[in-house]
Design a protein around this ligand. Sequence first.
Ligand code: ADP
Ligand code: MG
Length: 693
Amino acid sequence: MHVSLNNPLMESVTTLKGVGPKMAENLQKLDIHCIQDLLFHLPSQYQDRTRVQPISSLQGGRNVLVEGEVEKTDVVFRGRRMMLSRISDGTGKLTLRFFYFGAAQQRGLSEGVRIRCFGEISQSMHQLEMIHPEYTLLNQANPLPLEKTLTAIYPATKGLQQRSLRRLITTALKEVAGLPDFLPLAIRRDRKMPELLMALRQIHQPDAESSQALLNAYHPAIKRLAFEELLAHQLSLRQFRLQSREVAGIAMNTQGKQLQALQDSLPFTLTNAQQRVIAELRYDLAQATPMSRLVQGDVGSGKTLVAAAAALVAIEAGFQVALMAPTEILAEQHLRCFTEWFEPLGLNVGNLAGKQKAKERRDQNERAALGMSHIVVGTHALFQDDVVFAKLGLVIIDEQHRFGVSQRLALRDKGKPEFGYPHQLIMTATPIPRTLAMTAYADMDYSVIDELPPGRTPIKTVVIANSRRNEIIGRIQAVCADGAQVYWVCTLIEESETLQCENAEQTHEMLQEQLPGIPIGLVHGRMSAIEKQEVMQQFKSGELSLLVATTVIEVGVDVPNASLMIIENAERLGLAQLHQLRGRVGRGAAASSCVLMYQTPLSKIARKRLDALRNSNDGFEIARIDLEIRGPGEVFGTRQTGELQFRIADLSRDEVMLPEVQETADLLLSEHPETIQPLIDRWIRQSSVFVQV
Ligand code: ADP
Ligand code: MG
């Protein structure tokens, strides 16, 4: 196959007849620049003007074409002046109602005239009517042919008429006739896919039977485009991955002594899943190409330890490690964990946080720059410009869904080219079905910790109305009397952090009154890092039995003795967030429970979310439901960045295609490499985040 360089699809729309500067400007508002953009501007609706419907068959709400004879036309006053025209086709009668009309129009609709009209049917009482239909007078001598295909209705913009769009697309379809398809014939044949141009024609000018299939995207023409788009996306990520492997990495061959020392010091043994993932990481780290691996594991599966294992390999090989967490509380907790694990091994753990004092910050920067810190734990403060590492070999990012791709690239660039690019390990607790993960993260390798440490009893979740709050007080007393600990999470729908914190403060006071004798702490986003740290420490050590918190404790916090979690107004939080929060309990051997309180009335979707949590502790199952409810853009946190925004494909709808998309990508990469770039160029805009910086 030969892909022409002067591809007519890429020509500017201004090369089409009838597109002047004004029209071009309007088209640009719809993001239509070249002919291909125009052809990929898909209809949002279809109108059926291919057949005349008998009036007796009409139902309200549908757009239809009818013909009839005018019985009478009157101008009446019903609250306002209007013209009513009644027509009949022998099967029934229909009223046409006009609020804007002229005398000539009124004369034209005189008794006995035959007309054809198109509009939406509304049904009022026993009457069928059309308000302001489009209509044409019929004339026996000169019959009006019916449309041969459905009429496409496009997303449009002010100043650009549907008719102009239709005309332009018709012209464009003619201009590009005979163009080669980028998808090789064999692939299309195997998958019974129509040719590109055929698919486009079927979408823009479909036959009367196709509208449902097209609008609901099970028509082969739409599937073909969605498939191609997913394929292009997959190819671009694969290409990015191939390119990033071309740069030099650091081959870290170690004996694993430090890792063994850590394992020996632990009071437990690693789960099989942890061991397997650690082996995968060690293999990657030993390669001379930079690792880029995503480790997924449900809440509580022990990702921190896996990160520590990778860190020890890098350190033993003589390199530094940067570990980045999304919140200060989590960074703080990692700092404590790593200090506890690493200091006995004679390693230095550094710390970089946004709220450090200037002197301490300078100190920490210096230690990183001189290579004195073996690992530096921190928040986004880690990738500020003044942070320099002497010899960075591994970047670990925890709870990745909060970090963008560009931030990851920035961290990677903290490495030094003379040593090679640092390896990257990304850990996420947002479980994603495998096929989706391979689509969203096709530029990375992928491991799953699919096992929880032994001895955990599943969390029992109950869903109750806020009004039953008092029953919970007794429950708290019982749990605390047993020596276990409790989280109470306050939520507020207001974006204002101040309000959230005030709310938490009030709850704190109220609980103190209701639970005398139980030591209660409070953390919220307005407290200083030091204050938060102090309270968390007291909770961890058991000095505090109950912790009132805003959702700042959402990710990562680990206090195994906590066995009861209460979440107020749970209906206001998303599924993934609730699952994360709930994951703060159930970390020890004691049976844990989670109480989801809600404010009535509960919407259907909120009920579905809360039920999903009550019925399952499995992050993957919950993610599946979340995906169903919210769609991939929200779930992956890419709605704003546009990272997984597709023009035609829809990850939840088209998920079944993904394995085939992956297979086809393999096939093109090995057998039809010349098609790759044209496909990527067609679907992925230059501004794509996957373009290497
Ligand atoms: P997450 O995957 O949610 O980040 P953590 O790394 O915070 O999970 O681990 C949760 C808890 O499980 C911690 O208290 C950790 O010490 C403990 N843990 C990790 N691995 C094991 C194991 N193999 N056996 C027992 N406990 C473990
Ligand atoms: Mg974690």
